[in-house]
Design a protein around this ligand. Sequence first.
Ligand SMILES: CC(C)(COP(=O)(O)OP(=O)(O)OC[C@H]1O[C@@H](n2cnc3c(N)ncnc32)[C@H](O)[C@@H]1OP(=O)(O)O)[C@@H](O)C(=O)NCCC(=O)NCCS
Length: 179
Amino acid sequence: MNYQIFPFREDDIPEAMDLKNILGWNQTVTDWKKFICLAEGSCFKVVIDGQLAATCFLFIRDHIAWLAMLIVKEEYRRRGIGSSLMEKSLEYCRDRGITLIKLDGTGEGCPLYRGFGFLDEAEAGMFKGRIGSINYAGSHAPGLKLKKVEAKDLEGIISIDTEAFGVSRAAMIERLLLD
Ligand SMILES: CC(C)(COP(=O)(O)OP(=O)(O)OC[C@H]1O[C@@H](n2cnc3c(N)ncnc32)[C@H](O)[C@@H]1OP(=O)(O)O)[C@@H](O)C(=O)NCCC(=O)NCCS
């Protein structure tokens, strides 16, 4: 099958929403816009017959890259497109001296990633459900009040996150919280 990898752009978002909606993922149009800003040129897509067939984003901070949003449209799976996007991403990192690539893999993604030498670091759970009327935070911790994050909270949040994650994700956190 003939296809090329191109940069993902803002006008790809409507089709990308269709791709992720089929999977039941929760990203919004605003999220995709943030991803484009945060991936700074390392957002990729595959187009087949004029339609979006796959996406892949690389978020790079210092020496770490985070690979995300690798989606191949169902009808084109198991034809090497996911692998091509992985190769493109690995090459992109290699060219920039990035020595560590991380990701969180779905059950479908893990065999692909393992084939590229990725190793398990930790297990994560994914849960689906509907939000009811119960105030969960309140019912488990009486007296606890949830508050919207404000600009003045950022410094503290970034400090805790940097300590836990190992590199600063300040730009990403600012966008997530304040946009
Ligand atoms: C995961 C995904 C991106 C793989 O894309 P793809 O284009 O089908 O991958 P490739 O064709 O390059 O597969 C390469 C190899 O990975 C392994 N692999 C890929 N999908 C697999 C699956 N569902 N089960 C088992 N092995 C799989 C196989 O070894 C495959 O080689 P083979 O087809 O010769 O056996 C695609 O299934 C997808 O979009 N899934 C839904 C979204 C998702 O879960 N993305 C991962 C986010 S972490």
